[in-house]
Design a protein around this ligand. Structure first.
Ligand SMILES: Cc1cc2nc3c(=O)[nH]c(=O)nc-3n(C[C@H](O)[C@H](O)[C@H](O)COP(=O)(O)OP(=O)(O)OC[C@H]3O[C@@H](n4cnc5c(N)ncnc54)[C@H](O)[C@@H]3O)c2cc1C
Length: 433
């Protein structure tokens, strides 16, 4: 197991996804998750208290990551019928539909939410009014903290639990629950079956019976330290008026991701897109991702979760009637439990069935890790010492190109020409007349 020592190499750090399963499973309680100079959490072991049981390594999702072995799946593109929820969601609001179903069974839903000072952490909620906290992807690594343990406790009490997160977090949770409640058995046996008969590695019995897991197709997770610098920079600009930060607001429509800062009344204070907002530019330049994201062990199609959800920009390929630029989620159902849940939530959705092969074809982020940017080392070195304004101005400056791009976009929006121009550009870029 890699432990934070202050001088780990980048390659060593690639072996830890920071899920915290090791710290939660440790019977001696001798593992703490501590942030390194880049702001990413790594296990820190108190060697004097370690009993050498090896449970931490055994339940590490990176060490135990399985192969991409086929089993039957179902594919859908979906839009939640509740338009206000769809507007607040990153894509089509599939996650909220699944979460609502679990709440209706008296369950608890876990996901990534802002906590004090815009720190992103996994928390659990059991009221519909709180589900908004999970909507809208936060492009920064979320701290799972106590969430694995809490989820296990709710399951033990017989309550339904929906747990959402990145693929490494879901594998970490499943390994933790296996170790804690099943005497260390990590995954149900599927070996030996022919490919045709092979089933998804179902997690149905015992503690898993009422657990519904949802993972996202994940580009990578950026550094919490870099996001903290961004938050401080925006705070200096907007002061106490800054009440929310949305990475994927649909200010310019679904197909153009926009970072939006809002005040307490829900008014936009700032809305800049992927070409002009420095945090989004840093995210899509791969200069500040977690080291393990550059060698991600969870880039695969066949997963242990019940659902995998991700964006669908090319809706017209699957169902042109749903192409309204308000957000659509692709949903890949991996398990029988997932199929049962989907059957129950169908009524709350506009949906179209899509062959899983077609749904996943060409989805780069599902199969390939991001590449380490040649600028990463220098950027992260600066991130450790510079303030937000200086950092972003140095690496993602507001030059004439950025200003021209923003002005053009705003003029098109004000003159009502934006939607048509965007559609044309999108079709040209994706090779469709
Ligand atoms: C870090 C990250 C990278 C992503 N990369 C891609 C990509 O490259 N391509 C793609 O098509 N889709 C990607 N997605 C998925 C996409 O952004 C949407 O989450 C997905 O389309 C579901 O949208 P929705 O409207 O159904 O859900 P929403 O209602 O928007 O729900 C968002 C869900 O994501 C979870 N979540 C939000 N932030 C985090 C976080 N920081 N860590 C863990 N879980 C989080 C919430 O708990 C919730 O379950 C990514 C998501 C995240 C969080």
């Amino acid at each position: 197991m890699i432990t934070v020592s202050g001088n780990n190499t980048f390659e060593e750090k690639q072996a830890c996804c920071g899920c915290g399963a090791c710290a939660e499973i440790c019977p001696a309680g001798c593992i703490r998750m501590e942030a390194d100079a880049e702001g990413f959490l790594y296990p820190c072991v108190d060697a004097d208290r370690c009993i050498g049981c090896g449970l931490c390594e055994k339940h590490c999702p990176v060490t135990a990551a399985g192969a991409d072995e086929p089993f039957p799946q179902e594919g859908y593109i979906v839009q939640i019928l509740d338009e206000e929820v769809r507007r607040q969601s990153t894509a089509g609001g599939a996650f909220t539909a699944i979460a609502r179903h679990v709440l209706q069974q008296g369950g608890v839903v876990f996901g990534a939410a802002y906590t004090e000072g815009f720190k992103v952490r996994h928390v659990g909620v059991d009221r519909e009014e709180e589900l908004w906290r999970f909507r809208n992807s936060k492009y920064v690594q979320s701290e799972t903290a106590q969430a694995f343990k809490e989820a296990g406790q709710y399951l033990q009490q017989g309550r339904y639990v929906c747990f959402s997160g990145t693929p490494c977090q879901i594998e970490g949770l499943l390994n933790y629950l296996s170790g804690k409640y099943r005497g260390g058995r990590q995954r149900p046996e599927t070996e030996g079956a022919g490919e045709k008969d092979r089933k998804a590695p179902e997690c149905r019995d015992g503690i898993f019976e009422k657990l519904v897991t949802v993972d996202v197709v994940c580009h990578a997770v950026p550094s919490p330290l870099v996001f903290e610098k961004y938050v401080r920079m925006q705070k200096k600009r907007f002061g106490d008026r800054m009440a929310s930060i949305l990475f994927r607001e649909k200010h310019f429509g679904y197909k153009y991701s926009t970072m939006t800062v809002r005040d307490g009344e829900g008014r936009d204070l700032y809305a800049h897109g992927i070409d002009t907002d420095p945090m989004l530019r840093a995210f899509f330049s791969d200069v500040c991702d977690r080291p393990s994201c550059y060698a991600c062990r969870f880039k695969k199609r066949y997963r242990r979760s019940d659902f995998t959800i991700w964006d669908c920009y090319t809706v017209y390929q699957f169902d042109p009637r749903m192409d309204d630029d308000r957000g659509t989620t692709r949903v890949l159902v991996h398990s029988e439990k997932g199929r049962e849940v989907f059957a129950q939530i169908r009524e709350s959705l506009r949906w179209s069935a899509v062959e899983p092969d077609a749904l996943t074809a060409g989805v780069r982020e599902m199969f390939h890790s991001v590449e380490v940017s040649g600028r990463r080392e220098a950027f992260m070195r600066d991130a450790a010492v510079l303030g937000g304004r200086a950092l972003f101005q140095k690496w993602f400056p507001e030059d004439w190109k950025v200003r021209a791009e923003r002005t053009a976009r705003n003029v098109l929006v004000r003159t009502g020409l934006y939607s048509g121009a965007k559609k044309m550009l999108f079709r040209i870029r994706s090779g469709r007349k």
